[in-house]
Ligand binder design. Structure first.
Ligand code: GDP
Ligand code: ZN
Ligand code: ZN
Length: 569
């Protein structure tokens, strides 16, 4: 149990003492009320153990806050990367081809170069063909369908003129004709002969694509930090090949190596094709003293390699090459199997930012019983940060630290229904009160002396907290912010506020009882985000009295007192 030795401890000023307001002292001072002395008294409790524990707690918390500040770089403003990529595949492959010459089978080798096996795709992707099926000499005409369960027939009755199944290659003519030998199928109007249902060749025809290489060029940009860079540095060795540990910065990748990294076998994937993701991660520190901005490459198989044969495995598509022979249009149809490479670029760039640092420190001060408040005057370009403890009289007179105003983000504003044709007021609801125009505004009779705009009202709060609401929208005499166009269009518009509430909670039911409260609180938030920019500052921002009361007049509470600002922590 701590011993109360108030006077002694005060005199000695013991370092390991703990200050707090005690009810005993309150009673003590009440006893002395007759002397008209009403100041609260501080009692020092001498207890080494509690004192040390408290100090340890403070030091521990401080250490942790500093650790998080440095480790998570909370002093930085982080921006997502904007990038462009370009990939170039290089390599030559050979494909064995059997042809008939003078009744004899002959094997020839066809060379495939970049133009043959790569197909440009949209977005940050490229395709490398590894296997294919080819049907040569197709032309428009009538021919039997390839025999499957749905196309086999025994007479014309089994076929239907004009019918087209989801898997059919043409439009049925209604006749049942011979396909091969005794097999009969429905005749179709199509590119003839129709493509047979065939399995992809095994092993893959272009399995040598394993040795192809791809060069990836990636330019990145952090627009707000005004910093651009790229993955290929001028001093890079152009004959290098990427290796996770030995050459992690080389932008040239061997296709076989990419698959090895993800634990896949290239020759297996090459048969049916697949999708491979190449991830480029930029974690950039743009501060000059720790500057680092190099990419990290990693790979990820993106298609479902466990899918059963029947579930359309791999990756393939068809394309055709058209030509004219004896004045008839013909085509070569190619069903290409291969690997689609998707290049995904992500990451952030961080740079020291005073606002981030202040916000971080400010939000942590509450652990030490200190809370920061932010105020903004319409006639000052910056924001002011005020420590509550420093507060002597009204918030209006507190000096505070000057903090730059965060840059405005207009992206959200464009979503607001800030149209000029606002719906007409609903009958029965009070219409917006016409405000006085800019310029000298007459001071109302109960306008407090700290007010500079003539529209503020005294606070309703109990005496001790009153100074928190003694704040005007201006530092020097002039027009009130509540007379401005954005204040009327944004903060006082029932239409906009209702939209914002629904934007946050689409199915929110605004019942008559709570509507005004919700709209009022939304208007407060709308004002703070408008004037303070960053959401972190907005939570600790104090509304000027004129705005607070203008909002309350628009969306009043039926009875009782308004509770005012509550600290979010
Ligand atoms: P109530 O509706 O009767 O509770 O009273 P108010 O109209 O004063 O609204 C109280 C709510 O608005 C609380 O959640 C407060 O935190 C918030 N609020 C009131 N004043 C301020 C302010 O100056 N700044 C901020 N950021 N929030 C405020
Ligand atoms: Zn004022
Ligand atoms: Zn004002």
């Amino acid at each position: 149990m701590s011993s109360v030795r108030a006077s002694q401890a005060l005199l000695r000023g013991t370092s390991s003492s703990w200050c707090f307001e005690d009810s005993l002292t309150m009673a003590y001072s009440r006893f002395h009320l007759s002397c008209q002395h009403t100041s609260a008294k501080v009692v020092l409790i001498e207890n080494l153990w509690i004192g040390t524990l408290k100090k340890l707690f403070i030091v521990g918390t401080l250490l942790y806050i500093c650790f998080a500040l440095v480790n998570d770089k909370r002093y930085q403003w982080k921006e997502p990367v904007v990038s462009s990529v370009h990939a170039k595949v290089k390599g030559v492959g050979e494909v064995k081809k059997e042809i008939m010459e003078n009744g004899l089978k002959k094997v020839v080798w066809n060379v495939f170069d970049t133009a043959d096996y790569t197909v440009p795709l949209q977005g940050n992707s490229f395709f490398v063909m590894t296997n294919f099926l080819k049907i040569e000499g197709q032309e428009q005409g009538l021919c039997p369908e390839y025999p499957t369960r749905g196309t086999l027939c025994s007479s014309d009755r089994g076929c239907k003129k004009g019918w087209m199944g989801p898997k059919s290659k043409g439009i049925q003519t209604g006749r049942c004709i011979e396909y091969k030998g005794k097999q009969k199928t429905c005749e179709v109007s199509a590119w003839c002969p129709v493509e047979a249902v065939e399995k992809a060749p095994e092993p893959a025809l272009l399995g040598s694509a394993e040795n192809f290489t791809v060069l990836i060029k990636n330019n990145i940009d952090f627009p707000r930090h005004n910093y651009t860079t790229r993955n290929i540095l001028p001093d890079i060795n152009v004959t290098c090949t990427f290796h996770k540990t030995q050459n992690p910065q080389c932008p040239i990748f061997r296709l076989g190596d990419i698959f090895q990294e993800t634990g896949d076998n290239f020759s297996d994937v090459a048969i049916q094709g697949g999708i491979m993701g190449i991830e480029i991660y930029w974690d950039c520190n743009l501060d000059s003293w720790f500057h680092h901005c190099r990419p990290k490459y990693s790979f990820r198989r993106l298609d479902d390699k466990t899918a059963k044969e029947s579930l359309y495995p791999g990756y393939n598509f068809r394309y055709a090459k058209y030509y004219k022979e004896n004045n008839t249009e013909k085509r070569t149809l190619i069903k290409a199997f291969g690997i689609r490479f998707d290049i995904l670029v992500f990451g952030t760039g961080g740079k020291f930012d005073i606002i981030q640092l202040i916000v971080y420190i400010g939000s942590n001060l509450s652990y030490f019983g200190l809370t920061l408040k932010y105020v903004s005057f319409v006639d000052e370009p910056h924001i002011r940060m005020v420590n509550q403890r420093l507060l002597g009289r009204s918030l209006q007179d507190a000096e505070g630290e000057e903090v730059p105003r965060p840059p405005m983000d207009f992206t959200d504003l464009s979503r607001l229904p800030l149209s000029l044709h606002e719906p007409p007021p609903i009958p029965g609801q009070p219409e917006t009160i016409q405000l006085l125009s800019e310029g000298a505004t007459p001071r109302s009779s109960d306008c407090p002396n700290w007010c500079q705009c003539g529209k503020c009202l005294p606070s309703q709060l109990p005496e001790r907290q009153r100074c928190l609401e003694e704040l005007c929208c201006r530092k020097k005499l002039g027009a009130c912010i509540t007379t401005s166009e954005p204040f009327k269009k944004l903060i006082l518009s029932r239409h906009v506020l209702q939209f914002l509430l629904h934007y946050q909670e689409p199915l929110l039911v605004l019942d008559a009882d709570s509507t005004n409260s919700q709209l009022r609180h939304c208007a407060y938030r709308c004002y703070t985000t408008w004037r303070f920019g960053s959401q972190d500052l907005a939570d600790f921002a104090i509304l000027p009295s004129c705005c607070r009361w203008r909002i309350r007049r628009e969306f009043p509470k039926r009875e009782g007192q308004y509770s005012g600002f509550k600290s979010p922590y």
